[in-house]
Each structure stands twice: as structure tokens, then as C-alpha cells.
Design a binder for this molecule. Structure first.
Ligand SMILES: [Zn+2]
Length: 138
């Protein structure tokens, strides 16, 4: 569960990490940005969404990861209702890292219906990262 400000009206909303539907603003019903943390324990439920999911495998000590993070935040706002971002700290969640066989970070994995459709290893400039997401989530 996290608190997210509605892009349309600014109302603060509680957004679940996992849900069968899409999070909407309680006040104006606009789609809400959906950026959550996934863990070894809840990853399957969190990654199961009816919109494309970008899994961000990262760690606090990883410099390039900190370049990717704000771009993903921006994408989650701009593509509210069309994209979910799941951040997984691989220091704390080795099982998820092992499952994706991520040898280096950041590793971004794009899932549709729970299946990997594309993967980006290493940081990309913002525009290229946006293009990558759009290419595989349209
Ligand atoms: Zn709203």
C-alpha cells in the first residue's frame, strides 16, 4: 500500500501494491500512477496486472539505478492506467533477481500477462528508455 497524489486533481489516494483492476482516484476517478515495491514474498501477486509491467531490478548502491528511477517515476505518471512499475531491491530480494537471472543492475524487464516480452540491461537515456517502454507496451 502506498500513498499517491492524483495527477488530475491532486487528491491523495491509497494505492494497493497488488490488485486485479487498476487504481483510480477516489475523488475524480482518474487513473492513478502505479509504482510499487515488489518483494520475494509478494512478487507474483504484484507483477500480475492487466497492464504492461516494468520490473526495475535495482539496488541502493547502484549509481545507474538512480538515473533510471526518476524516468520510471515520470513514465508511471504519464502513463497512468496504461503501465505499472514494480521496483525490486535485489539486495533484499534475491529470489526475484535469481528468477530473472539478472547478473547486473539495473535490469529492466517488461512483462505482459506475467510473461517477459523484453529486457533492458543497464541504464538508458530518458528518451530511449521511454521509447523502449512504448515499443513493448503499446
Ligand atoms: Zn483525482
Amino acid at each position: 500500500m502506498s500513498i499517491v497524489s492524483c495527477v488530475s486533481c491532486g487528491a491523495k489516494n491509497r494505492v494497493p501494491t497488488a490488485a486485479s483492476g487498476l487504481p483510480r482516484c477516489a475523488k475524480c476517478k482518474a487513473d492513478l500512477p502505479w509504482l510499487v515495491e515488489g518483494t520475494d514474498r509478494d512478487f507474483d501477486a504484484v507483477a500480475a496486472a492487466k497492464v504492461p509491467v516494468v520490473v526495475d531490478l535495482w539496488a541502493p548502491w547502484c549509481g545507474p539505478c538512480h538515473m533510471v528511477a526518476p524516468v520510471l517515476e515520470k513514465l508511471s505518471r504519464e502513463r497512468a492506467g496504461r503501465l505499472k512499475v514494480v521496483k525490486v531491491n535485489v539486495d533484499d530480494n534475491r529470489e526475484v533477481q535469481a528468477r530473472f537471472g539478472a547478473m547486473s543492475i539495473p535490469t529492466l524487464v517488461l512483462l505482459r500477462d506475467g510473461r517477459e516480452v523484453s529486457r533492458q540491461v543497464g541504464a538508458l537515456p530518458a528518451r530511449e528508455l521511454e521509447r523502449w517502454v512504448d515499443q513493448h507496451s503499446a
